[in-house]
Design a protein around this ligand. Structure first.
Ligand SMILES: Cc1cc2nc3c(=O)[nH]c(=O)nc-3n(C[C@H](O)[C@H](O)[C@H](O)COP(=O)(O)OP(=O)(O)OC[C@H]3O[C@@H](n4cnc5c(N)ncnc54)[C@H](O)[C@@H]3O)c2cc1C
Length: 805
């Protein structure tokens, strides 16, 4: 074993082996994988090896496609078979809602280059005679589905990596990882210490233990998972290998395993395994079977596929594997730990392992993952995702694996967890709450006396009319919105302004002013979207997306450089809660509570000041995400209730009513205002996103300036446009394909109904050559291609007179 390498990968499951291979492929030859036992000795060896391309996040779906296409490559390099069986797959729907879901999945597949085909149940029956037609309503065929041999895949990665120069050390547990003062790592193992520049935690079932070596508590939990293999079916002899099948309502997946059937289920009463510590002596073991637990799913399976009920069971496998709270992997660099990387929580190693390896290797060798990997970035979780939270959410996620999540559906587990001081006030107003990073916030308000409950649907829900009333009230009088669920940072120190000028693309505001600014990476792609407010020479209050707080802090720390010691970035999201008022009466309302002059000459659009509102000391900004005249107020949380009460009391004669996030979304769509994680993501450039006026190329000198200038010159590849869709009862929600002249030329990033304009609006990216067209567009919503017209200006108040007036 060498004692000095560039990178050590801890863990020889399918994920660690893939990371190792991709590092060598990227040119890092001096790398080592250390495995406690034999390769595959964690959850990998007993996996069913199934793989598929469909995923709820299109960016993860692309990485799944990459993974499946990779197997040929590693077979060729290594000479090791991956045991690939591309059988094709059938997804079966037993409810109308699931049929809609299948239609949407097919639609999304169009711009992802997937060849999904809708089938009638009779057609599905022809392909898969075992199914009982009366139990299903529709089906989809996916040609790229199948299974691999877990051992073969892991060894093919490993051998390919060795051919590329990597060293693999087996039967050697990593006991500790210690960071030296210079940021490099001592990896202490049973066989001695290895000094490395980089460490990768790919510890799978033991990733938590490996994380704890550096004081990191990763939000992952292993769940027991069972599949069974039936005795051989005589009718399989000499037949083409059977398809993979997912029966959503039965909550089972199936495939042929030699002459029998492999049937797995994500049962509702899932059981976590080793909730706190994973024993180090857990070898290539299986857990005791518990057929009782999966009996309800099997009963449904036997109704849906009666032939299965006649088969004896040859073998049952019960093994653990890990999940994050949302079921997506945890990948990337860990904030505060230089050159410490994770690749864990991968619950579908044979669909995702290749993509995870590629992403991490890109990130380590190039400084950038090379794709939009927000959905799997370890930084999407903050301190709120502690072990008990993870336990509750992982169990919820596991039990819902085959259930639909509607776009307006808020999941109930671990709620309410975090609440702001006005929570009870909003509850008394009959708020329907949503959960964002564990924090409750009002989505909309049900009429008094009616249950504050929303029906889950792909179409317009019972919220529609109420949200309409909230928007109308904001347009005609004044609406009050809680805005606590933003990330907030105090940036202070003698270097604050200069440093902000290097990380933000727009100019730094003058004292008392606000500027909106994208944050770009070196490739000129959008990695953030901020409101910078300046209270003093060396004091800024910066507002961004709360879910990305860790992501931002990681970026800020990595790009502090020579400013270290002269700039302090302090996250203060929960220290400051917020309320905003918007609408034509908002100034009169606020003016009645403060002696600061709020007239436009004294406090114009994009002003920011400390002022007392009622008895409450507040930071007040004149900004608007609704398109109406509006003010945002930030107060320390101890004052939020007093501020709310003062605004509601003073607002009564002015027609105030509380509004929720749904109304805000409707109004920002009417203004064509983009939103982080929707219109603004690392796959888009600032000019593609139409943020031209917020990128100060004249000043330059900020990260990504050169790439942004090049993008401006070339015009980018695509453009964000606004469409007015001829929708009647279902609006776009995001990820629908956009057609033009019979071809798919883009996708929707967000959509909804604009209540002030009566238009169904979709924002989305299209190829730039059609971005100037007005007609000929269609948006495919639940299987229907609906005509759409491009709006050259925002649907509501295109001149922005209302918010500036
Ligand atoms: C019953 C079952 C069925 C499944 N079916 C499928 C399927 O059909 N399709 C699919 O894609 N996925 C499936 N999975 C999930 C799949 O197994 C996982 O996604 C995959 O194995 C995760 O791989 P990993 O490398 O992250 O973790 P692991 O396989 O757990 O690997 C981690 C490795 O790290 C090593 N290690 C840990 N700590 C240390 C240390 N301190 N020092 C040295 N080495 C260490 C361990 O020994 C282990 O070998 C299934 C899982 C189960 C249990």
């Amino acid at each position: 074993m060498r004692n000095q390498v560039r990178a050590v990968v801890i863990g020889g499951g399918v994920v660690g082996a893939s990371v190792l291979y991709h590092l060598t492929k990227a040119g890092w030859k001096d790398v080592m994988l250390i495995e406690r036992a034999e390769l595959t000795a964690g959850s990998t060896w007993h996996a069913a090896g199934g793989m598929h391309t469909v995923n709820g996040d299109p960016n993860v779906a692309k990485l799944q496609q990459y993974t499946i296409n990779l197997y040929k490559e590693i077979e060729e390099i290594s000479g090791q078979s991956c045991g690939m069986h591309i059988t094709g797959g059938l997804m079966l729907a037993g409810t109308p809602e699931r049929v809609d879901w299948l239609k949407m999945t097919i639609a999304r597949g169009r711009y992802l280059g997937m060849d999904l085909q809708e089938l009638s149940v009779a057609e599905a029956k022809k392909l898969y005679p075992m199914l009982e037609e009366s139990c299903f309503l529709g089906a989809v065929y996916d040609p790229i589905e199948g299974h691999v041999d877990p051992y073969g895949v892991t060894h093919a990665y490993a051998k390919s990596a060795q051919i590329g120069g990597a060293e693999i050390v087996r039967n050697n547990r990593v006991l500790d990882t210690q960071q030296r003062a210079d940021g490099t790592w001592d990896v202490v193992t049973e066989q001695g210490t290895v000094h490395a520049e980089h460490v990768v935690n790919a510890g799978g079932l033991w990733a938590r233990e490996v994380g704890r070596m550096v004081g990191l508590e990763l939000p992952i939990l292993a769940m027991e998972h069972q599949y069974l293999i039936t005795e051989d079916l005589p009718e399989f002899v000499d037949q083409k290998e059977q398809f993979h099948v997912i029966d959503f309502e039965g909550e089972i997946y199936m495939r042929q395993e030699r002459g029998g059937m492999l049937i797995g289920t994500y049962e509702r009463a899932g059981v976590p395994w080793s909730t706190k510590n994973t024993p180090w002596d857990f070898g290539q073991n299986l857990l005791p079977n518990d057929l009782e637990r999966i009996a309800p799913s099997l009963e449904v399976a036997f109704q849906h596929f009666p032939r299965l009920g006649e088969m004896g069971i040859r073998r049952v496998v019960n093994g653990p594997f890990t999940f994050s709270p949302d079921g997506n992997p945890l990948v990337g660099p860990v904030r505060g730990l230089r050159n410490y990387w994770v690749a864990c929580g991968v619950m579908a190693g044979f669909s995702q392992g290749g993509g995870v390896g590629l992403t991490l290797a890109n990130w380590m060798t190039e400084g950038d993952p090379g794709a939009d990997v927000w959905a799997m970035d370890v930084a999407r979780y903050g301190g709120w995702a502690n072990r008990p939270y993870t336990n509750v959410k992982v169990r919820e996620n596991y039990s819902r694996r085959f259930r639909i999540r509607f776009p307006n559906e808020e999941l109930p587990a671990a709620r309410p967890l975090r609440t702001t001081p006005v929570y009870e006030r909003l509850q008394a107003e009959n708020a329907v709450f949503g959960d964002y990073c564990g924090l409750e916030h009002a989505l909309w308000f049900a009429p008094k006396g009616e249950p504050a409950v929303e029906e889950f649907t792909w179409r317009r829900s019972n919220a529609h009319a109420n949200v309409a009333a909230e928007c109308a009230n904001t347009r005609d009088a004044v609406g009050l919105l809680e805005i606590s669920n933003y990330g907030k940072f105090e940036v202070t120190g003698p270097g604050a302004a200069e440093w902000l000028g290097t990380v933000m693309a727009n100019k730094v505001p003058a004292i008392g002013r606000i500027t909106l600014s994208p944050m770009l990476n070196e490739r000129g792609r959008l990695i953030g979207d901020f409101t910078m407010c300046r209270t003093a020479e060396n004091h800024f209050f910066v507002v961004g997306t709360y879910a990305a707080e860790e992501f931002y802090l990681r970026w800020f720390e990595q790009h502090m450089g020579a400013f270290a010691g002269r700039v302090l970035v302090r996250p203060c999201a929960m220290e400051y809660t917020g309320l905003s008022v918007a609408g034509p009466n908002s100034r009169e309302l606020l003016q009645s509570l403060t002696d600061a002059d709020l007239s436009t000459p004294a406090f114009p659009f994009m002003s920011f000041a400390k002022m007392d509102v009622g008895l409450v000391p507040a930071l007040v900004g004149r900004v608007s995400f609704t398109g109406e005249l509006g003010y945002e107020m930030w107060v320390t949380s101890d004052y939020q209730r007093a501020l709310y009460d003062a605004l509601m009391a003073a607002g009564k004669p002015l027609g105030i009513r509380p509004i929720g996030g749904r109304a805000l979304n409707s109004m920002r769509l009417e203004k064509s205002f983009g939103s982080w994680a929707r219109e603004f993501r690392p796959i888009y450039g600032a000019f593609e996103a139409g943020l031209d006026r917020f990128v100060d190329l004249k000043r330059g000198g900020f990260i990504g300036a050169a790439a942004a200038a090049a993008e401006k010159a070339s015009g980018g590849e695509r453009k964000l446009i606004t469409l007015d869709v001829a929708a009647t009862n279902a609006d776009a929600i995001g990820d629908e394909p956009i057609w033009h002249d019979g071809k798919v030329i883009g996708w929707v990033t967000s959509g909804g109904f604009g209540h002030r304009t009566g238009k169904s609006i979709a924002l989305g990216y299209v190829n730039k050559d059609v971005a100037e067209a007005t007609t000929g567009f269609e948006v495919e919503i639940i299987g229907e291609r609906l005509a759409a017209t491009r709006l050259a200006t925002p649907a509501f108040d295109p001149q922005g007179l209302r918010m500036r007036g």
